[in-house]
Design a protein around this ligand. Structure first.
Ligand SMILES: [Zn+2]
Length: 183
């Protein structure tokens, strides 16, 4: 069945993979390309930095996820190799991972060294959470560094031993006539 994706005017961001979505019942932790956008002739690629199998194991605690956001965003935006290509880093609302948007269209495998560097950094992190102050953060008490470090250690182990890069796909659903997106 052909799905329409003509709501956006020509020249605006175009969804290049509108007909399929991820089958969340078969996701395992890994690094996945979830979206490719054409922005004025250049590409922006969204990666799912998936740390948990959705609905099969406990999700990440909101406090720990907030700490992951602060520490990993700070790290990758200062990484000498990737800092000029980082568009966005932020948590998934389902608390099973984070979104990473980069300029261009690298393969998920190319992000593996950066993610290993970043999550090893968090695993071994000591000191105060960067930006966890009323001046820099909208909810500065909502942090949990020990749990964030535990989650980072677990994810590093997965990336070191059995990283997965290919998402299981399912037909994209519609809700009341609108195409469903989760990001
Ligand atoms: Zn914050």
């Amino acid at each position: 069945m052909e799905e329409k994706n003509n709501a956006r005017p020509a020249g605006a961001v175009a969804d290049l993979i509108p007909s399929f979505q991820v089958d969340h019942e078969r996701i395992v932790p890994g690094i996945y390309e979830s979206r490719l956008d054409d922005i004025g002739g250049d590409h922006a690629t969204t990666f799912d930095i998936r740390m948990k199998a959705p609905n099969k194991e406990p999700a990440i605690h909101p406090n720990a996820m907030h700490t992951i956001e602060h520490v990993i965003a700070t790290f990758i935006r200062n990484d000498a190799e990737w800092r000029d290509r980082i568009v966005y880093w932020g948590p998934m609302g389902c608390l099973t991972g984070s979104y990473l948007i980069v300029k261009g269209h690298p393969r998920p495998q190319e992000l593996l060294p950066l993610m290993l560097r970043a999550f090893r950094h968090l695993r071994d992190y000591t000191g105060a959470v960067p930006g966890a102050t009323p001046l820099n953060c909208g909810n500065y008490l909502l942090h949990d560094l020990p749990t964030a470090k535990w989650e980072a250690a677990r994810y590093v182990e997965i990336l070191e031993t059995n990283p997965c890069f290919d998402y299981p796909l399912a037909k994209r659903i519609t809700v009341d006539g609108a195409t469903f997106f989760d990001s």
